[in-house]
Ligand binder design. Structure first.
Ligand code: PLP
Length: 437
């Protein structure tokens, strides 16, 4: 697309770059990994985004997961408008909080939830609770699993497996990651080793229920169950982060297609994205025995001025009530169609790739299948980012907004109808050729 075709986005981006670092309010929105100007979106309807210059795009980002029903769903919009008319925040308990908590408890194995405003707060609070409950300090996480911008979790692996982590970004003091252990994903031997060495100090192990933040990397069969059992043996809590997968990978999150089948239950879970229906709402939850340690019932402090905000909880509740089995069937079908077509087009163009899924989530890795499936961060890092950048821009020019990074899931919604799907299918051959060039 020529520069003049996106002149309004360009002008806004230039102004934004003066008053906002990098011109964006979250780094994933920038086009640093693919080059060019991020589109400033003026409005969205169903499966479509419209930018400030009037171009329409099929949205395969869906706000990085939340928009399960598509944009501006009439029933969600009406419920939110009615809620706004009743006042936007009271700082008191409200009925929508109870209803949304009941909906989440009904779909997942948690007995109680506490609402917060972002996934970051959810994981941060879950870790504090795990530490308060166990009286231990050490946290184990996996490389490539993202849990928000919590200091102790913005950590990179230490020099050896059982060596404590180092800060993953300037601004995080070494003391904040000195109690974090970072392991390779899907590596049972590494988990066994650190629990053998540090088991009696480990408060919790936190993992994405299925990794989605290094592209979609599902746990090996039985891996999550093994983690649950290892934690149980050593008296540590098993925390599954379902901020991305919750109410998205299936109606009951990734747990619905993993733990629910295999018969294990996490001690704590975190949720976000879909449960806020596009508003800032997130939660952490677990067994009543563990959750009871939270203030005001217990001693572990946790709070939030806008936690359980009536507009956000209304949007989330309406979204979840509309997220029926038919919705998940539709999303699963669209995902299947798109990933099959993407793989075929790349094969025809001779571009090495690997396509992976976790429930209805999927992503396309520009990696060589000769290396086998992508099982961890090291595998994901083999991605050909240059090929992806060419592919991304060809798709964008053809009216498809993919994530501007090769390490992301592609998200679809209940509103991705035949017209939206066909637009993507039509764009794939030329984009695959562009990636091959
Ligand atoms: N956990 C996971 C698995 C996520 O994917 C994210 C965000 O992408 C977070 C936590 C952090 O959520 P938020 O961006 O709402 O703070």
């Amino acid at each position: 697309m020529s520069d003049s075709a996106v002149s309004t986005s360009r002008a806004l981006f230039e102004r934004a770059s003066v008053v906002t670092p990098g011109g964006v309010n979250s780094p994933v929105r920038a086009f640093n990994a693919v080059g060019g100007t991020p589109r400033f979106i003026r409005s969205a309807q169903g499966a479509w985004l419209t930018d400030a210059d009037g171009h329409d795009y099929v949205d395969l980002i869906c706000s990085w997961g939340p928009m399960l029903l598509g944009h501006a769903h009439p029933e969600v919009t009406a419920a939110v408008q009615a809620a706004v008319g009743r006042g936007t925040s009271y700082g008191t308990p409200t009925e929508p909080e109870v209803l949304l908590a009941e909906e989440i408890v009904g779909r997942t194995p948690v007995e109680q939830v506490r609402f917060v405003s972002s996934g970051t707060e959810a994981t941060m609070s879950a870790i504090r609770l795990a530490r308060g409950f166990t009286g231990r300090d050490v946290v184990v996480k996996f490389a490539g699993c993202y849990h928000g911008h919590v200091d102790s979790l913005l950590a990179s692996a230490g020099s050896g497996l059982a060596t404590f982590a180092v800060p993953g970004t300037p601004g995080v003091p070494a003391s904040s990651t000195a109690l974090t252990l970072v392991l390779p994903y899907n590596d049972r031997a590494a988990v066994e080793q650190v629990f053998a060495e540090h088991g009696d100090r480990i408060a919790c192990l936190i993992t994405e229920a299925a990794a989605g933040n290094m592209g979609v990397v599902p746990p090996d069969p039985g891996f999550n169950g093994f983690l649950a059992e290892t934690c149980r043996t050593h008296g540590a809590l098993f925390v599954t982060d379902e901020v991305m997968t919750g109410f998205r990978a299936s109606s009951r999150g990734y747990w619905g297609i993993d733990g629910a089948q295999e018969g294990w239950v996490p001690d704590l879970m975190t949720f976000g994205k879909v449960m806020g229906g596009g508003f800032p709402a997130a939660a952490f939850g677990g067994r009543a025995e563990v959750m009871g340690h939270l203030s005001p019932q217990g001693p572990v402090y946790q709070a939030g001025t806008l936690s359980g905000n009536p507009i956000a909880t209304t949007a989330g509740l309406t979204t979840l009530r509309l997220a029926t089995d038919e919705v998940y069937d539709h999303i699963g079908g669209v995902a299947e169609t798109l990933k099959t077509a993407a793989a075929e087009a790349l094969t025809r163009a001779g571009v090495p790739h690997v396509v992976q899924s976790a429930g209805t989530m999927f992503s396309v890795f520009f990696t060589d299948p000769a290396h086998g499936p992508v099982r961890n961060f090291e595998d994901a890092s083999r991605t050909d980012s240059t090929a992806y950048a060419a592919y991304f821009h060809a798709m964008l020019d053809a009216g498809v907004y993919l994530p501007p990074s090769a390490y992301e899931a592609w998200f679809v919604s209940a509103a991705h109808d035949d017209r939206a799907v066909q637009t993507v299918l039509d764009a794939l051959p030329a984009a695959s050729q562009a990636a091959a060039a």
